[in-house]
Design a protein around this ligand. Structure first.
Ligand code: NAP
Length: 214
């Protein structure tokens, strides 16, 4: 059976994975870029943008496996865009431009489905109103035997954790205090019992934690 994986998911010291007040100009709300500054500096991130350069140190090594063996992603509607409620039109196709970095089918969870959008480079966004189990069934079928990545945001990752569907998760704990936003861990008391957990802190100050299902 293919695995369900979470990669490069940044969480502040106080447990927030995004800030408050998401908008077109601020995808992470008041958090700005603070959750991801460490990641933007890596060679992995540069490669995602189709660019050369970036640090090739430990942060890059830890993050570099995010797309290996992945055949589909599932993300929440707020990772896809800042809109809420029914779509006013279908012009918005995500934050990532004409050639998003996913290069696989991407299932966007939403209570407001709309027609699928085929992008350049192999990414197709499908919009599904479904339980985590049903969305995963569809993503697995599309992934053709490869693994499925849960791309976030926090409320989507939390749902899949609560449903016991995550096999592998990489969390990057960033040494900042956000104070408000969307928490990852709420309602997941005792989650650690289900996973073998390892951590390593890198020179950037980020603690990388891997959760592998027991
Ligand atoms: N820290 C990180 O590494 C990281 C990674 C990825 C994203 N993010 C950030 O996280 C933020 C988004 O996270 P979020 O927790 O606010 O939202 P999210 O998980 O992206 O999306 C939540 C929304 O998706 C829809 N949805 C979720 N589950 C559903 C289901 N089972 N059935 C139908 N619809 C469902 C609902 O939208 P509707 O009811 O409106 O349809 C819900 O309000 C963004 O700021 C993004 O940039 C952070």
């Amino acid at each position: 059976m293919s695995r369900v994986r979470v990669h490069n998911f940044s969480v502040s010291l106080d447990g927030f994975a995004t800030g408050e007040g998401q908008s077109l100009d601020e995808p992470f709300g008041h958090a700005g870029e603070r959750l991801h500054e460490w990641f933007f500096a890596t060679r992995t991130f540069h490669a995602m943008q189709g660019k050369a350069g970036g640090g090739a140190g430990v942060d890059s090594a830890v993050t570099g496996t995010w797309d290996s063996g992945i055949g589909a992603e599932i993300m929440g509607r707020n990772k896809f865009g800042p809109q809420r409620g029914p779509w006013e039109d279908h012009a918005w196709t995500g934050w990532w431009g004409p050639n998003p970095p996913f290069h696989t089918p991407v299932f966007v969870l939403t209570h407001h489905p709309r027609p699928s959008v085929e992008m350049e480079g192999g990414t197709t966004f499908h919009f599904v109103d479904a339980t985590p189990e049903e969305a995963l069934r569809q993503a697995r079928e599309a992934a053709g035997g490869l693994d499925v990545r849960i791309g976030g945001g926090p409320s989507t990752v939390r749902q899949f954790l609560a449903a016991g569907l995550v096999d592998h998760m990489h969390i990057a704990v960033v040494p900042i205090i956000l104070g408000r936003g969307e928490r990852l861990w709420d309602g997941l008391e005792g989650l650690e019992k289900n996973f073998q957990i390892e951590s390593v802190t890198t020179p950037s100050g980020v603690t990388h934690m891997t959760f592998t299902r027991r």
